[in-house]
Structure formats: C-alpha cells, structure tokens
Design a protein around this ligand. Sequence first.
Ligand SMILES: [Zn+2]
Length: 260
Amino acid sequence: MTCVLIMLDGLRPDAISPERTPHLTTFMQRGASTLKAQSVMPSVTLPCHTSIFYSVPPQQHGIIENIWQKPQPPAKGLVEHLYEHDKRTGFIHNWEQLRDLNSVGTLYFNFFINTGYELDGDDIIAETAIPYVQRQAFDFMFIYFASIDVAGHLHNWMSERYLAQVARVDALAGRVIHAMPETTTVIIQADHGGHEQTHGTDSPEDMTIPWMIAGPNIAKGKMLEVPVSLLDTAPTIARALGLPAAATWQGCVPTGIWDT
Ligand SMILES: [Zn+2]
C-alpha cells in the first residue's frame, strides 16, 4: 500500500468541471471528496504547506509568510513521523521553499527543479513523477504542481488563461494518476484559492479549496459532508499507510472516507 499527495497550488474548486477537468472529475467519481475544504490563514503557500505537513495552524507553527524557519515545537512533521515508522518518503516539486518541509535525513528521494514560476514548468514534474509512481519505490510521495497559481498571479484567478492552465494541469495530473497501480491511495488538493491576482486573505475565494481522495476501501463517488481542513491531510495519509496520527497533530481523518 502506498500513498501519493498531489498538490495543485492555487486551484479553486469552482474551476473544476467535467469539460475543463475530466481527470479530476473522474477521480472524484472514484473516491470521496469535497469542494468546500478550508485553507488556513494566512492563505499563503508556505504557511499552508507547513500546516499540511505539520497538522497545526500557522499561529502554532509560526510560519506566516513564504520564508522558511523551523516550525515551533512541539510541531511534528509528517515526513519525520513516517520515517520513524520505517516509511520511505519521496518529494517531486518545483518550488524550492518546499524542500524544508522535511528534516535532513528523513527523505528517500527528492527531485527539485526551479520551474515553479513558469507556465510550462509542471510538464517536467509529471514526466519525472510517472516512472516513480510506476515503480512504487516509496511509501509516501508528494508531487507538487505550481503553475495554476502562477497563472492566477499573472492573469487573475478564474480568468480565461487561468482556466486554460487548470485544464493543462488536469491533463498532467491525469497522466500521473493513470500511471499508478490501483493499490495507491491518492489525495489531490489545493493549498489555497485566489482572487484577482493574489491570495492570502480570509475571503471565501482564497480559503475554499478542493480536497479529494481515492484508493483501496475508500468510498466511491461520495461528497464528504463533514468540514475538511488542510490540517486533516497528514492524519489521513498516516491512516492510509496504517499508522496512527502523531500526538501533536490537530487535524483528523474526515468521517466517511473509508468504507470500513
Ligand atoms: Zn500556493
């Protein structure tokens, strides 16, 4: 059993539609999802990712802008937690700040290329991820796509060019998903939304995100009724790998995901 987290940075849920995002739509039919999950404040990429990987809000881990510092104790990271349980984690990403989401010595592999500010910068992420997900040489893998957020900052969230980028990344994510064996549990989510050419506020446009999961024993075609937060991702990944949550994590596994 393996678990993959696919991050679509800056994806608003109202950009998802069967015509524009056929792969995400099919994925939702295969699993459990919500289009009303909530980000954290500030709804900014590094604070959000730190909350995803440490399952505490920014007020607690202390990272409130896109500048890394060590999370405040007693924050415990997902990657460290998995490492302590002999699980191998791999990262594939194109935004360098994310490389510090794990502590030195806990990663099994790490691919970084500095294409996260380019509209075609996610193509190499998908190309690189596909052989890894086929080989399954990991227990948990994080795959990060930056370019939807880039299109929002360049052209406005929900503009024609933003939506075209969403379609492009849907196709890339679809190729990665199709390369995986069915035994993989996959979570796909955003870190925040956006409005005009920015994000970071507590407005619904910035705070509301898609969050979806599919895999063995997971409810199919289910819309989750319970509130889902960024903080819930780490406990859900641990559960998918048969592990308990770390004691410091504040999120929980959303009710209704697993059939059993
Ligand atoms: Zn972001």
